[in-house]
Design a protein around this ligand. Structure first.
Ligand SMILES: [Zn+2]
Length: 277
């Protein structure tokens, strides 16, 4: 089943796309259009719908928040359609020259994306005719991820910083401590709407992101207490009675799992220990 919907919020046009071979999709990607700027390009699995939804827009520039396949799935197609430049953070431009391989479940859910050689690096801010968006690095979920913040309208395009107020699994390289630091950095800003790429929060954006921060901090705290007792990642997983989503873990070949969240805390604690020694 295919879901392709759009909504307006102030001057922002949001698009929601979801695809599942059988039944209702549960995961959605969002792309946003504001004053000539298209933020992200969605997943390649939804290419036809994304092109149909955006073909009549006056897109003057495209901005990519990070290298993940559900944000970069249609870069050449949308760039050709609108004949415009595509900008991204320096790190994202580098990563997209040879993007990491995807697991089976990522290919099935979102679809693959090719390498990109001609993304244009930009930092500081990106301007449209009416607005100026601060580009804010928010590493953790991905090392190259950035948010766009428009301070006069108090809009925050948060990429995948929020996702939900709790998280069930991490990709292999995700850093929980970087996510905590990035979330705190964003919470210090004065914003209203949280234009998340998967679960937008047009009301109470700040409260929702605070809930996520509380979840991450308490998870980190719980794991550290067990780690201090000398437990391994698997022992901590059992002692905290955590549950794995086996469907996701197996189909991703371990690339996505809750155990990765535990391992991320341990990596951070071990890194801190090394600094102290
Ligand atoms: Zn992502």
């Amino acid at each position: 089943m295919i879901i392709s919907q759009s909504f307006n919020h102030e001057e922002v046009l949001g698009f929601k796309f979801g695809y599942k071979l059988i039944g209702q999709p549960k995961l959605f990607s969002h792309i946003y259009f504001v004053d000539g700027l298209l933020i992200d390009t969605g997943q390649s699995k939804m290419r036809k719908s994304i092109i149909a939804a955006t073909k009549d827009l006056d897109v003057e520039q495209i901005f990519i928040t990070h290298h993940h396949e559900d944000h970069t799935g249609n870069i050449p197609e949308l760039q050709a359609l609108h004949n415009c430049d595509v900008f991204a953070s320096e790190r994202c431009c580098q990563m997209m020259k040879a993007p990491p391989k995807l697991s089976f479940i990522q290919k099935v859910t979102w679809g693959d994306r090719p390498a990109q050689e001609d993304l244009i690096p930009i930092n500081g801010s990106i301007e449209t005719k009416k607005f100026r968006f601060d580009i804010i690095p928010i590493p953790g979920h991905a090392p190259d991820m950035v948010a766009l913040y428009e301070p006069t309208r108090r809009w925050l395009f948060s990429a995948d910083l929020y996702l939900n107020s709790y998280i069930d699994y991490f990709l292999k390289g995700e850093s929980i401590s970087d996510q905590i630091a990035s979330t705190k950095k964003i919470l210090a800003l004065d914003f209203k709407e949280l234009f998340c790429s998967h679960k937008p929060q047009l009301k109470n954006g700040k409260q929702q992101l605070t809930k996520k921060l509380n979840f991450l901090e308490s998870f980190y705290h719980d794991v550290s207490l067990q780690y201090d007792k000398g437990y391994s990642a698997n022992e901590i997983f059992k002692s905290l009675k955590l549950k794995e989503n086996w469907f996701v873990k197996i189909l991703s070949n371990g690339y996505l799992s809750k155990l990765n969240m535990v391992k991320s805390v341990i990596r951070d604690l071990e890194g801190k220990k090394q600094v102290l020694n």
